[in-house]
Design a protein around this ligand. Structure first.
Ligand SMILES: [Zn+2]
Length: 359
């Protein structure tokens, strides 16, 4: 005779059930207090409990449905070994369904784990392949969209730039710019900003701004052409656009991973535009392609490494352009090496006098 602690659910009992003791006496199953016999036939067995090691015996009678649960795994095992033969068939069915139930539950857990792991997995993939993915997306953004993005950003900073687009310096910028952008898919704008820092930058879609301080630092127009050729290539190679796509892509994925959709994207595209920093690779790429475009335009390409020399010599107080990697001296050397490997190209000096022009 076995005494097994159990919980009884019956009509008239509290919804949470009532603790009882189940007695197995030969072929009969009896509950103590309130004392009652379980029917000999019509008992269904079911696995219950978090790990499905408990057992439930359920049956119907005139009063309704009753269930007796034995959640303790040890007690359930004891009961199973003592069950009368009338329940052996139900026991066999239970063994079969138990395996299925456990498998289903395992599948459930795997699916849940995958669900939570997927955003992190995607984040990892994106981090590993951010550049090619951003490049792939950027190439699919229409030119007008790119242009609008650049214009929105330019409008925001316009007042602060103090443009001098009527000056002779601005005229020279446009002249050089036109030569360097022959046959481009973009419509370029070249602007001169009255600012002392040695700086120039390109916005997506073809807006290029050069500071008067940069032109003052040049000793001949070919050096300015070198800077312009570099900036034009940032546009041609869509570096700015790729940067933004990369940033937004990660933000988007991060929001997806954390469920923090609320913080919104408004204004972030413009902000990121303003704080563009190109990667080492992007700078090198713009240098190399810029050099090619100088050669194609018949402008003496040595102006480009010459200007990096000027920047390197000013390294004591790094201007904005210098604060980016790689270092100017390194870039100068890479360009000189490349030029040395090419047959000498005859280029007529621009010979614009006086230099620098009126800014
Ligand atoms: Zn650059």
């Amino acid at each position: 005779m076995s005494q097994i602690p159990a919980r009884l659910f019956s009509p008239g009992l509290p919804a949470a059930g009532q603790d009882v003791v189940l007695l197995v006496e030969g072929k009969t199953l009896r509950i103590l207090e309130p004392s009652r016999y379980l029917p000999e036939r019509g008992i269904q067995l079911r696995r219950v409990g978090f790990d499905l090691k408990g057992l439930e015996l359920a049956w119907d009678d005139g009063a309704g449905r009753h269930a007796l649960q034995i959640l303790d795994a040890q007690a359930a095992a004891t009961l199973i070994s003592a069950l009368p033969p009338t329940l052996h068939e139900a026991l066999a069915a239970l063994a079969l369904s138990g395996r299925k139930q456990r498998r289903a539950r395992r599948l459930g857990w795997s699916a849940l784990a995958l669900f939570f792991a997927t955003p992190l997995l995607m984040l990892g993939l994106f981090l590993a392949f951010a550049d090619p993915i951003a490049g792939w997306i950027a190439e699919r953004i229409p030119l007008e969209q790119e242009r609008k993005l650049g214009e929105a950003s330019f409008t925001q900073m316009k007042a602060e730039l103090q443009l001098r687009d009527d000056s002779e310096g601005a005229q020279k910028l446009r002249e050089l710019g036109q030569r360097l952008t022959q046959g481009s898919r973009y419509n370029y704008e070249f602007h001169l900003a009255d600012k002392t820092e040695i700086n120039a930058f390109a916005l997506p879609g073809g807006i290029i701004v050069v500071h008067s301080g940069l032109i003052r630092a040049t000793t001949r127009p070919e050096e300015l052409a070198g800077v312009l050729a570099h900036e034009v290539q940032h546009v041609e190679l869509r570096h700015g656009l790729k940067n933004i796509v990369k940033q937004l892509g990660l933000t988007g994925l991060w929001m997806f991973a954390t469920g923090d959709i609320g913080s919104g994207l408004a204004g972030s595209a413009a902000t990121q535009l303003l704080s563009l920093k190109f990667s080492r690779d992007a700078e090198r790429e713009a240098d190399a392609h810029g050099l090619d475009s100088l050669l194609r335009s018949g402008i003496d390409p040595r102006g480009m490494p010459d200007f990096f020399r000027i920047l390197a010599d000013k390294a004591g107080a790094p201007p904005a352009m210098l604060s980016t990697h790689p270092q100017s001296a390194e870039r100068e050397q890479a360009l000189r090496d490349k030029l040395a490997s090419l047959p000498p190209v005859p280029a007529k000096p621009l010979g614009w006098q006086p230099w620098p022009p009126a800014l």
